[in-house]
Design a protein around this ligand. Structure first.
Ligand code: G
Ligand code: G
Ligand code: MN
Length: 529
């Protein structure tokens, strides 16, 4: 009997199916989660691009409006403050965000919309502006009226006289800019960059970029064409909401993926594909274990044992794959295949065995009671007819429980010239009384009893009782699993008809059986114990 762990190696157990299903679940989760992540990321990238474009448009319009206003104010820079101060003040009052307009000539501001006539050199007012440019901008930490509130200063050079122009300071209302981003989740901040200075929603003070206080990895940069400035957007590159959605999709994909995998595996098992595929790929073969006559100590027959060499699993033991085939409903094609394999060796067997040599073939119970049984058996018998072998069907004691049906089948087998052996006798639950009712030819005594020979165990008297019962029922006996000369000797002395076991030989492929048969058969010392 293979240990349970071996069993799991050979065939998909529930555990293995669940394992594979889980792997499929994980694969589905990765595939769908991954696809969702890519899709969400693209969607967010598009949304951010749109946001950056909109914000650029908004800011450009803002400054274009300012430029229009200052264009209209440019002529005032040719006049004295006393004449135009009033006009300048009212224009500032009606321009949103404007703190002050200043008229400039010869590098000197001479008139302010806020404070009237003045005389201040531009360098002391705003050192970073280049008055030689038609337009320049910089950020001021504050203005005389609002010293703590940063402002944008803009220089518009007069198009007619480069020595004159309009200088203006603006409130920076980044919060209202941020409102633009409200539609987009997880945009957390906006920074306005002019040259090497910045102001940002997340810092009350002006940021000097030379000291590098600003995170230089914004998620988007909105350029403001025509103006020497840029807007940086900050935020989560992976918003929590997207992560949650991705995980949800992954989970939703995992479940049907795992279920489908489990279902398909179940389907595959039920459809018996493994066994049928094994037959198609010629993975099954047979070995023959010699059966020895205990009087003459010669080989009088063989038992056919099937083997399955499955790539990846190695040799699958027959008690594993037989019950597997039964559960897959593929025992009948498997048994037919077995019959075909035996028929191929029939000629060789004929040469190795005496006339009427016994060919023991194990039958699976589910085949025994199937409608095609008789036809299959007759076909098999015809295929080896020329070998003149006596076919002995081995049926385990456990499988004789359908009493009425069994009697009819056994009768039919006898009528057609087959013999019947009770396999693994002593391990089933059938009462000994059955043996009287069935007419059977051989009792194959389970190797468990044989192993107790010579050891002082309770099974030895049982073995003696079984042997005397078989004698009384006129049945021949076969001792299975004979491993030592002592066991063989004892069994011979007890009058067991045939012996089988590793002491003589294990099951052998045909070519090895031929070699084995050329050697003398080991003789247990007479009288030894
Ligand atoms: O060596 P061995 O592991 O072959 O046998 C294990 C069990 O498998 C035994 O009970 C044997 O009867 C059974 N067995 C071996 N070959 C066959 C077969 O061809 N058909 C059936 N039904 N049982 C088999
Ligand atoms: O149940 P069945 O009688 O068909 O059993 C045959 C099984 O017994 C095969 O698995 C075969 O390999 C195994 N077998 C044959 N001879 C011996 C033996 O001497 N000792 C043991 N332990 N197993 C044996
Ligand atoms: Mn057997």
């Amino acid at each position: 009997m293979p240990p349970k762990t071996l069993l799991t190696r050979y065939l998909p157990t529930t555990r293995k199916i669940v394992g594979i299903a889980i792997i499929w679940g994980v694969l589905c989760a990765l595939a769908f989660g991954g696809a969702a992540a890519v899709a969400l990321h693209h969607k967010r990238a598009d949304a951010l691009d749109l946001l950056a474009r909109n914000l650029s448009g908004y800011v450009i319009t803002l400054f274009n409006d300012l430029k229009n206003t200052t264009d209209q104010l440019q002529p005032l820079a040719f006049q004295e403050c006393a004449q135009v101060g009033q006009q300048l003040t009212s224009r500032a009052a009606f321009s949103l965000n404007v703190r002050a307009f200043l008229l400039v000539r010869d590098q000197t501001a001479y008139c302010s919309s806020a404070t009237g006539a003045m005389s201040m050199h531009m360098v002391s007012l705003t050192p970073r502006l280049n008055l030689n440019l038609p337009l320049d901008m910089s950020i001021l930490p504050g203005t005389p009226m609002l010293p703590d509130k940063p402002a944008i200063s803009v220089w518009f050079r007069n198009p007619v006289d480069p020595g004159r122009g309009i200088f203006t300071t603006l409130n920076i209302d980044l919060t209202s800019w941020l409102l633009h981003t409200a539609r987009e989740r997880d945009v957390t901040g906006v920074a306005l960059i002019i040259k090497d200075q910045a102001i940002a929603t997340f810092s009350p003070q002006l940021i000097d970029l030379k000291n590098n206080h600003l995170d230089t990895t914004p998620i988007r940069i909105a350029s403001v064409s025509g103006y020497p400035m840029a807007i940086w957007l900050y935020g989560e590159s992976w918003p929590l909401e997207d992560i949650q959605l991705t995980l949800l999709i992954a989970l939703l994909a995992a479940l049907p993926g795992a279920l489908a995998s489990g279902y398909l595996q179940q389907l595959r098992i039920r459809s018996g594909k493994e066994i049928l595929a094994g037959i198609r790929r010629n993975q099954f073969f047979v070995v023959y274990q010699p059966v020895i006559d205990s009087k003459s100590l010669t080989m009088i027959g063989v038992e056919v044992l099937m083997r399955w060499e499955r790539p990846g699993s190695g040799l699958v033991p027959p008690d594993v794959f037989i019950s597997y085939a039964e559960s897959q409903q593929s025992i009948i094609p498997l048994t037919r295949h077995l019959f075909a394999l035996i028929a191929r060796d029939a000629d060789s067997l004929k040469q190795l065995l005496p006339a009427g040599g016994k060919l023991g073939v194990n039958l699976a119970p589910s085949h025994l009671y199937s409608p095609s049984f008789k036809q299959d058996i007759l076909h098999f018998a015809r295929s080896i007819h020329d070998s003149q072998l006596q076919i002995v069907f081995e049926i385990t004691e456990r499988d004789m429980l359908k009493e009425e049906e069994s009697i009819a089948i056994f009768q039919w087998l006898h009528d057609n010239g087959f013999e019947i052996a009770v396999d693994d006798f002593g391990t089933g639950h059938s009462a000994l009384i059955y043996l009287e009712r069935f007419t059977l030819d051989y009792l194959k005594i389970d190797r468990g009893f044989i192993q107790s020979i010579g050891l002082q165990t309770v099974t030895t008297p049982v073995l003696e009782a079984v042997l005397s019962l078989a004698r009384r029922l006129n049945m021949k006996t076969v001792a299975e699993g004979v491993e030592t000369p002592q066991q063989a000797r004892w069994l011979i002395d007890q009058g067991v008809t045939y012996l089988q076991g590793y002491y003589f030989s294990p099951g052998l492929p045909m070519n090895q059986l031929r070699e084995w048969a050329a050697q003398p058969i080991p003789r247990p010392d007479s009288g030894g114990n």
